[in-house]
Design a protein around this ligand. Structure first.
Ligand code: SF4
Length: 380
């Protein structure tokens, strides 16, 4: 089973912190839709397995109209073998949501919505330069529930300078109030080439406080787990049965095809990523040519990715799997690294599975890098 990701690279407004590929220039939307439909056909042989997840991400997929979304869905069904039961997610911003659109999305087979709420605090939304208001967030959730979207995910961002501990707790209370089944909760990061980075450098905006972020992470984790959610990945929480299948498949190494500018694809042997430029993407595809860069993965690359993704997950990594998939040298290297980290007391062990203790989860990326095998050597 495999997944398809479609990157819709348009937004109404540029959020200050965002480093995803998008454009606020929307005159090319229809040309882009025509191009991605062509790309679906050009890439029809990339995956040899049935498709079990389709994910419209971005950017802002909810900017597209029903006809455009329908054309993409039909092209996927024409050129790929799609499983009978699939998870089909659409990322939507609150200001795009209305009952008419929700009904159309359902009709198209979209059965999971991921709403970009980010915060229920007006000051936090203004700080982020979001296009929507708090009122629109509440209305969007209420309408999505009314339309029968039970598989509903909400994105929240914590650690922003204007968000107090109390404000964050109130955001999480709304999750409880609305009985939301899935939450993706991200620490604000200051990425290169973002408006946020420039504003901080010019001292026009307060910088992010790492201590506050760690505290917020603790609040988020404690409060959502008290609501009966599993902290199944470092930034993701779900009630039982509501994990994101699409993202879980990424993290467990299943194959996926990414369509649209900047989208990544993976088939175990290699990882490739499309050009991150809307005009050049449209031009190439219109001329019948894919435009991507490719990296062939070494055994060391695959091991590093396994350690990175598994340490971010609730289940952690499996020493047996490391031995059978990567071989004895990688197994020995893993044991040696575990021993080096013993004094930090970050692991909990369940047979051959090692996962991070709650208090160490915030450090997952740093701990993963202790396991990394650098360079291009095929074995440690
Ligand atoms: S809506 Fe999403 S993709 Fe668009 S600028 Fe904001 S964070 Fe980035």
């Amino acid at each position: 089973m495999a997944g398809i990701y479609l990157h819709i690279p348009f937004c109404k407004k540029a959020c200050h912190y965002c480093n995803f590929h998008f454009s606020t220039q929307t005159t090319q939307v229809q040309a882009f839709v025509d191009a991605i439909i062509q790309e679906i056909e050009l890439q029809k042989n990339y995956l040899n397995e049935p498709i079990e997840t389709i994910y419209f991400g971005g950017g802002t997929p909810s900017l597209l109209n029903e006809v455009q979304l329908k054309a993409m869905m039909e092209a996927i069904h024409t050129h790929f073998k799609v499983a009978t039961t699939i998870e089909c997610t659409l990322e939507a911003n609150p200001d795009d949501i209305n009952l008419e659109k929700l009904a159309a999305w359902k009709q198209l087979g979209i059965n999971r919505l991921s709403i970009g709420i980010q915060s229920f605090q007006a000051t936090a939304l203004a700080w982020m330069n979001r296009a929507h208001t708090v009122e629109q967030s509440h209305a969007a959730i209420e309408m999505a529930k009314e339309a029968g979207f039970n598989n509903l995910s909400i994105d929240l961002i914590y650690g922003t300078p204007t968000l107090t501990d109390q404000g964050l707790k109130e955001d999480l209370d709304w999750i409880q109030q609305y009985q939301i089944n899935h939450v993706s909760c991200y620490a604000l990061t200051v990425e290169d080439k973002t408006a946020l980075k420039k504003l901080i450098e010019k001292a026009q905006i307060e910088d992010v406080d790492p201590e506050k972020q760690a505290r917020h992470f603790e609040i988020v984790s404690t409060q959502l787990m008290a609501m009966g959610m599993e902290h199944y990945e470092i930034s993701n929480f779900a009630k039982p049965g509501f994990r994101s299948l699409h993202n879980s498949n990424y993290w467990s190494g299943k194959h996926y095809l990414g369509l649209g500018p900047s989208a990544h694809s993976f088939n175990t042997i290699s990882r490739q990523w499309n050009i991150a430029n809307n005009a050049l993407y449209i031009q190439s595809i219109t001329n019948g040519q894919l435009n991507f860069e490719i990296e062939y993965l070494t055994e060391a690359n695959r091991y590093n990715e396994y350690m990175m993704t598994s340490l971010r997950r609730m289940e952690g990594f499996d020493l047996d799997l490391i031995r059978t998939t990567f071989g004895q040298n990688y197994f020995d290297h893993s044991i040696a690294t575990i021993n080096e980290l013993l004094s930090k007391d970050v692991f909990q062990q369940n047979g051959n599975q090692y996962s991070l203790k709650n208090e160490a989860k915030f450090l997952a990326d740093g701990i993963a890098s202790d396991f990394f095998i650098l360079g291009l050597a095929p074995a440690p």
